[in-house]
Design a binder for this molecule. Structure first.
Ligand code: MN
Length: 222
């Protein structure tokens, strides 16, 4: 596997209008960072990011990770992100990925083999040492849908496996806030008329977040 690049990441974003880090490819390190960012955008999803060669390999997991080995979760491979992205939380007002990012989990990951080889074979086996996600997981590449390879994220059947719904832990590991607390006082005006999602689960979530905030605003205005 050749050197990683952030070209696609940078091309998709305007750093004058987005608070996301522009970032750069870092040096390789022994202890590898991982994070999961809960991202309410046009659709709700969880972005799993694993450090490799100075960047964060990234997958969008629409249903989020599960601790239940029976649950196979679709994980759509997306562009590498800068390592700085791993501490990002906040509002992306407009453009690519517009919405709310909550740093849902973070820690270190331990590959169970040679990363380059596992990526090439399409089967990544690893341990997570996060605050919410722990134990063995695997990512298995199923198919290439256009330019975005689709993988399945599955928990290994070990001591950390559980039927408990880990997604119910909905607060940030960085700020301890939930979505509502993150957007409070920070909703871009443009969202009032043009929210990042309408309809569906994400549209409903934006609608209820916006109306909560608006209610508070009008109470203050009185
Ligand atoms: Mn995302």
């Amino acid at each position: 596997m050749s050197a990683r690049t952030l070209a696609v990441y940078k091309k998709k974003r305007n750093f004058k209008t987005s608070p996301e880090p522009a970032g750069k490819v870092g040096a390789s390190r022994k202890k590898l960072f991982f994070c999961v960012q809960k991202h309410l955008a046009s659709h709700l999803h969880y972005d799993l990011r694993l450090e490799y060669k100075g960047v964060l390999l990234s997958w969008a997991v629409p249903k989020g990770p599960s601790l239940d080995p029976q649950m196979k979760r679709l994980a759509v491979e997306v562009e590498d992100h800068p390592r700085d992205y791993g501490s990002f939380e906040g509002i992306i007002p407009s453009g690519y990925g517009a919405g709310i990012v909550l740093l849902w989990d973070r820690g270190t990951w331990l590959p169970q083999g040679d990363i380059a080889l596992m990526l090439e074979k399409g089967h990544l086996s690893f341990q997570l040492h996060g605050e919410k996600l722990k134990g063995g997981f695997s990512l298995t590449r199923m198919r290439f849908a256009g330019s975005k390879p689709q993988w399945l994220l599955v928990k290994k059947d070990d001591d950390e496996a559980s039927r408990l719904d880990v997604l119910k832990k909905d607060k940030s590991v960085k700020s301890k806030k939930d979505f509502a607390a993150i957007v409070r006082n920070h909703i871009p005006d443009s969202w009032l008329h043009n929210p990042p999602a309408r309809g569906g689960e994400a549209g409903g979530m934006f609608h209820s977040l916006l109306s909560k905030v608006l209610k508070k605003k009008s109470v203050r205005a009185l």
